[in-house]
Ligand binder design. Sequence first.
Ligand code: GLC
Ligand code: GLC
Length: 820
Amino acid sequence: MRYGYFDDEHREYLITKPDTPLPWINYLGCEEYFGIISNTAGGYSFYKDPRLRRLTRYRYNNTPLDSSGRYIYLRDDDPSTHPTGPVFWSPTWQPTRHPLEEYECRHGLGYTIIRSKLDGIESQIRYFVPLGESLEIWELTLINHREQLADLSIFSTIEFCLWDAWDDATNYQRNLSIGEVEVVDDVIYHKTEYRERRNHFAYFACSEKLSGFDTQREAFLGPYRGWESPQAVEVGQMSATVACGWQPIGAQHVKVSLAAGERKRIIFILGYHENPNDEKFDPPDSQTLNKHTVKPIITRYLRAEEVESAFQALGAYWEELLNKLQVTTPDNHTNRMVNIWNVYQVMATFNLSRSASYFESGIGRGIGFRDSNQDLLGFVQLVPERARERILDLAATQLPSGGAYHQYQPLTKRGNNDIGGDFNDDPLWLVLSVAAYIKETGDWDILDETVPYDNSPGTEEPLYDHLQRSIQYTLDRKGPHGLPLIGRADWNDCLNLNCFSDTPGQSFQTTTNKDGKIAESVFIAGLFILAANEMLDIAKRHKGKKQAEVYAKATQEMEQAIWDAGWDGEWFRRAYDDFGDPVGSKQCDEGKIFIEPQGICVMAGLGICDDRAAQALHAVAERLATPHGIVLQQPAYSRYYLRLGEISSYPPGYKENASIFCHNNPWIMIAETMIGRGDRSHDYYLRINPSAREEISELHRCEPYVYPQMIAGRDSPIHGEAKNSWLTGTAAWNYVAITQWILGIRPTFEGLNVSPIFPASWDGFKATRIYRGVRYDIQVERHGPGNKVELVVDGQSIEATIIPIPKADIKELKVIARIT
Ligand code: GLC
Ligand code: GLC
């Protein structure tokens, strides 16, 4: 069953039923000001940091789901003209949930439009954040389709958050006394804590003269009432409250009279603004907010033409970003994900890491080191300047040991261990992101940028040295089999082999671990080879042959260690636990085989020239693949194992305990292409492709336009049900798998490589790729069932599959790839 459909031409997903299985969300903003918005206008907004600069309040896990948001109410002020209609309703369905005659929500790139109709009143609200601004626009258009005049009241509402979302949700003894607002010239200013150390405030403004306002929540809602039936809306009258403590809100009342057929546009803006510290107040010795600096912005965006041109600019911005790669293949699920939605999700993960989504509360996690480095793999081509900046930010949180904080807070950019530390895989991902960035841009200079360790002035070294330390970090931490020590965990956060936690509620991720010298990770070994091979190439060009030899030797040794102790006979083992016993081996009762080492080791090139890569992938197909994707391990852990940690804390089929953890499915897709199996690779690709799962939305439940982190595995009673959509490494990795390996358009240090490994049934495909300023028009033609590639570039046959970087004056290349 579907709840909407893809409008590919307009790059929108159109939701036709408001009661989707879960709130289906979108993101507003792609620079500094962000919001999440659901298909019924639920969600919240923040500036840069969803924990520390939260503008509006949101109550997660509420009943009904998703009941705080950017809500507008419409009220029939003369109900006698429409005796059968309701007195008031929500044009976004929530929060009143009054049935609507027409409803549609269009989630587009950076905007959401919700249109509905009831009793002859049509409304459309367009929500978006203009580029370069820290504000959001709600542009409401009303049309009176009745045959007579309609007297309507419009109420717009938001509930302010007192900035630190964590404190806001817990510290009531203080917070219920500190709320402050000003209402001047019909603009509501939220200025809690502005009197002391904050220099920022929020504002809520409207293009019309207000007929009333409220800023005290309980006055607006009425005692013991919720957002579904505010008293002020019911009676059509606000009480001009100026909040003093309790729960400050912004609620505005506008009255309109619409003649038959008349249409009217009303603009609301919600924004964030900072004043210079010495100009906070006006007059200077007062406690009155200085509004001079924000006034021009408010005036500007309350004008319809400005709103329209900002919306057009947003469209043009996305058009340019998407044009970096566009493909036309015989498979529409591939096309729309590659051309639109996967890129869009990559941008969201780049911006927000794992901080704010419907499943991430915005208070738990900042920018993850491992996560963000992986997100960069899919992002580098989109806005290379921002990728560069992110790489340098991440590197600046690296520790002198080469290790990494697991995350940093976007506002301060300083690393912290709030969600754990000592994940021994962390530093290696930095090498992969830097390599991807250089392959995309050719910007070798980034390696000479000096970057501090742990943000400490005086410790600066070139980025190249940071990468060296990343590699060295693994070499300094090898275990009894010569494999890397796992530390707290590796990519799989929940494989906690040094934790031994038996205390309820203790966090597996942050509790003090044993300083284990036994537990080793085959996954890190594979990742190390992948990273050290990149480092070898980088060193060769940047430092000469000698340096490169160091890495060649290190990878050979690691490879040997994997074959000696990491190969189980038919697949790669996962790890060794603290007792020196293998994890992910035939010898185990449960957790005999894991997906991660099969993916990463084959991606690192292991077993490709003999049969072992194929054997490992065969084992994946036989033991881990399901119609809904590839599960993380089998058999699932049926009980809690002290020596394994959080992985076995999850019920079978969920999360790291044998769900389809979508993040590493693309590793298997890539691995399959590396042994030349395009059919199987693309088959795996489609199993988790959200568009291909649209038909089973009632089972899948999450949005059909973005990847979820996980789909319940075959051990779950609801096999196929997805959770944790949007913020997941799945976005970047799937983008890499489909574009660089299956479609085979892959940046390298020397130029663009074109060597697709795609389904035999396709007779070809077309692509345009902007790469290092040159537009590549690529036509792939299948002349035989295999994977052999012959390239003709601007009419000339070339020997290799890498197209050398053309001379500076060449801006377009025509590439024909003949596949036989
Ligand atoms: C989550 C984390 C990621 C980790 C994965 C597996 O997606 O964000 O860092 O690798 O889980 O545990
Ligand atoms: C929990 C989650 C895991 C996630 C980790 C992040 O362990 O189960 O998926 O990666 O938290 O800290």
